[in-house]
Design a binder for this molecule. Sequence first.
Ligand code: SF4
Ligand code: SF4
Length: 246
Amino acid sequence: MQPAVVPLECHQTFRFTCAPHVTCFNACCRNLNQALTPYDVLCLKQVLKMSSGDFLDRYTVESTGPGSGLPVVSLRFSDADDLACPFVTDAGCRVYAARPASCRTYPLARGVSRDRETGRLSEHWALIREPHCLGFKNGHRHTVNEWIDDQKIAAHNRMNDRMLELIGLKNQRRPGPLMPSETKRIYTALYDLDAFRNDPFYRNRNLSTSADNRTIDRSGTGDLDLLLVAMDWVRKYLLSFLPEQA
Ligand code: SF4
Ligand code: SF4
C-alpha cells in the first residue's frame, strides 16, 4: 500500500512517537535506499571516529545521480536477508546523535523550491503516513516546528541546501554525465574530506583562493569549515564548465 502524503504548515500538528515500546521498533531501518549528503557523511565519520576514507569504504556504496550526473553516496545495507542498516541494533540506532537528515526528519519530508525572481529558497513539509509504521498510533502531538527543533534538523537542512545549490549549478552548466576524472574530484571534495585536506591538487588549480588554502592547511580547521571550503571549491569547479548553449 502506498504511503499517504499530507502537506503540513510549520504550525500544524501531527501525532507520532517512535520508541522501543512501539511494536514495529527498528523495522524501518532496513531495505532502504539511504542516500547520504556530504554533511551526513561528516557527522557519521565523526561520531564513529573514523577517517572519511575508511567510513566510505566500509559503510557506503557510490553511484551516479540519474538526474544530476553527480556522484551519490548511499549507506551499504546488509547482504543478509534482513537487508539491515549497518547501524541498527536491538536497542535502536547506534549512531543516533549523528543519524542522517532523512532519518531524523521522518515521518516528515522536506521539499525545497526556489523563487525564480528572488532566487530565495522556501521549504515545504509533508507528513508521510506509511501503513507499516505504528508510530502514529497514540503518538505524542508535535507541530512541524517542534519536530524540527527536537530532532535538530536545521543544521542539516542549511548544509543540504548548499548541496541543492551545487546540483542546480551542475544541471545548468553541464547536464548529463561527467567524465570519470571530474566525478572523482567532486566525490573527494564533497565526501572524502580527509583526502580533500591532504591532496595538493585542490590547492593547485585556480579554484582555491589563498584564504581557502590557509583554511585547509591550518591544523585546527574543523571538518565543518573544511566542508564549506570543499563545497565552495566544487561550486567554482562547476562554474569553470562551459555553460550549456541554448
Ligand atoms: S542510520 Fe540509524 S535511524 Fe537511520 S536507518 Fe540506520 S539505524 Fe535507522
Ligand atoms: S516503522 Fe515507524 S514507529 Fe516503527 S521503527 Fe520505524 S519510524 Fe519507528
